[in-house]
Design a protein around this ligand. Sequence first.
Ligand SMILES: [Fe+2]
Length: 200
Amino acid sequence: MGLLEKTMEKLENLEKLVKELYQEGNPNREEWASWLADNHVFVVADYATELAKKYGANEELARVAALLHDIADVKMKRDNPTHEEESLRMARELMQEAGYSEDDVKLVVDDAIRYHSCHGDERPASTEGKILATADSLAHLKTDFYIYATWAFGYDRTLEETKDWVLKKIDRDLNNKILFEDVREEVMPDYNMIKELFSR
Ligand SMILES: [Fe+2]
């Protein structure tokens, strides 16, 4: 087997495994996890692949980072205080099992995934990490993500709380998570549209 086939096989196995984990339907997870798999995780992965091509980053590792970026969603809710740590632990384990090198695991888990939420001053250092944060944000701003999220979580928030949540989150998407200037410019119409709608 050639090197390229081997690489493809590792990635294909990991994609299959991620799909299976989301399909397991663990009762402790958030109800929207299966929606997230098809409509968010794999959307982020496709944006990450596209951006990696564009910026000359490692396409495979950018895609792996996207597939695993919130992998603890398959078994627990976001408000679980161990969610972030568990995502890192599972991502590391899944990459090791798939046969990725320690250097690859370090880049994907300890940089890209660890810092992809871009809270405060935290930013990923690697290009693949910047791509993950940017791809995650694009998958929020350029799809029906906010429509789905406000519908799915509408029951335990007031309308004002919902609007406030969206307006804060789109600001972090645009200002913290998009780490390429040309992408930020490109996504401005989407950001403005959502902002206008939720400011009414
Ligand atoms: Fe995400």
